[in-house]
Design a protein around this ligand. Structure first.
Ligand SMILES: CC(C)(COP(=O)(O)OP(=O)(O)OC[C@H]1O[C@@H](n2cnc3c(N)ncnc32)[C@H](O)[C@@H]1OP(=O)(O)O)[C@@H](O)C(=O)NCCC(=O)NCCS
Length: 184
């Protein structure tokens, strides 16, 4: 996987990455016209108890378009990463639902969700999306990227330098989640 960032703008950010054998993806900020495709992708990637609704994505794109990215291959959305900005060092469930939790000039970038269509997994697309979020967060002067994940993905995030800070208070979808913290 090769990753080329070609932007520096504070609010919007696009890059291209080569993933898998011979696939070029474009990572760019989501827009309202993407909503149907994003909601459909979420429904394919997450069980119903964990999947966010279309209305929730609409609010997120309204509230923090600068940290809501899609990955497209041949113009089709095949991956998504998004998250609000906060002054908290740990992620908590209210961030999913409460618009006020987004603190525009907050110190840390969160990741609410990282998802890639099953037909396109294991080609480095999530890696490209996460690297993009990390890079723009660093450029924006954030101190850390924070997220929660299930135990099976702890090793995946550790490859990027995230540190496991233990079990989260989150009860999202009735699962056990771990606090992951990446110092920038
Ligand atoms: C988790 C998820 C986002 C990963 O997406 P992905 O695009 O397959 O991720 P990557 O390709 O970057 O890495 C996945 C694996 O593929 C491997 N991989 C990466 N590029 C590869 C390539 N070119 N060829 C073969 N394997 C590759 C990675 O090493 C990694 O293996 P690991 O699990 O042993 O570390 C995806 O499985 C998903 O959407 N799952 C459902 C939603 C979810 O659980 N999201 C995370 C919580 S928010």
């Amino acid at each position: 996987m090769r990753y080329d960032s070609d932007k520096t703008a504070a609010q919007s950010s696009t890059c291209t990455a080569k993933c898998g054998e011979n696939m070029k993806i474009v990572i760019t900020n989501a827009v309202p016209a993407d909503l149907d495709d994003i909601a459909a992708l979420e429904a394919v990637c997450f069980p119903p108890a964990e999947a966010a609704e279309k209305e929730s994505f609409k609010k997120r794109i309204d509230r923090f378009p600068e940290s809501f990215f899609t990955a497209k291959a041949d113009g089709k959305i095949i991956g998504v990463i998004n998250g609000c900005v906060t002054n908290s060092n740990v992620f908590y469930d209210a961030m999913y639902h409460d618009d006020k939790e987004h603190v525009e000039n907050g110190k840390n970038q969160t990741v609410f969700g990282l998802l890639v269509h099953p037909d396109y997994q294991k080609k480095g697309i999530a890696e490209a999306l996460l690297n993009h979020m990390i890079n723009v967060s660093r450029e924006r002067g954030k101190q850390a990227v924070i997220l929660t994940c299930k135990d099976k993905l702890i090793h995946y995030y550790e490859k990027f330098g995230f540190v496991n800070k233990g079990v989260s208070d989150s009860g999202h979808g009735g699962a056990v989640w771990y606090n992951m913290y990446l110092k920038l």
